[in-house]
Design a protein around this ligand. Sequence first.
Ligand SMILES: C[C@@H](C(=O)O)C(=O)SCCNC(=O)CCNC(=O)[C@H](O)C(C)(C)COP(=O)(O)OP(=O)(O)OC[C@H]1O[C@@H](n2cnc3c(N)ncnc32)[C@H](O)[C@@H]1OP(=O)(O)O
Ligand SMILES: [Co+2]
Length: 134
Amino acid sequence: MIGRLNHVAIAVRDIEAATALYRDTLGADVSEQVAQHAHGVTTVFITLPNTKIELLEPLGEGSPIAKFLDRNPDGGIHHICYEVADIRAARDQLKAKGARVLGDGEPKIGAHGKPVLFLHPKDFTGTLVELEEA
Ligand SMILES: C[C@@H](C(=O)O)C(=O)SCCNC(=O)CCNC(=O)[C@H](O)C(C)(C)COP(=O)(O)OP(=O)(O)OC[C@H]1O[C@@H](n2cnc3c(N)ncnc32)[C@H](O)[C@@H]1OP(=O)(O)O
Ligand SMILES: [Co+2]
């Protein structure tokens, strides 16, 4: 069901500093910051030859990454995003197998303008999984 690795997301307190680290120290190709109001985060994408890294900084009250940063004050890997061909079909198959889909179960439009869903980390070996329709 799952296809390519779309991105690995890293939650950070200071996206400006994290972007500078990837750009200046690691020599990577970094995007502009984008406020993702529907997701409660600001994102920067780092393009690597074979995948992307998504830097996440909390945006607004009640950001879904706020508690994660309280628990991981230095930041850390927050989720991995796999591509799927048909997100609603993937969701229905996963639910039938007992996986918990987060939120109301309806895909939201993600950072790449495509539908995304999240799966509970406790159902996937302690890793928050994002699915993005390819
Ligand atoms: C823009 C878009 C895109 O790329 O297109 C994005 O990525 S938006 C990226 C931001 N959006 C999202 O993450 C949306 C989906 N995420 C959520 O709904 C939330 O973050 C949850 C995954 C439900 C976790 O929420 P919260 O931390 O408030 O819950 P909680 O404190 O009750 O945590 C429940 C248990 O899950 C664990 N837990 C929480 N977040 C985790 C994570 N990222 N990775 C692994 N484990 C995690 C906690 O340690 C805790 O375990 P213990 O009970 O053992 O202590
Ligand atoms: Co993501």
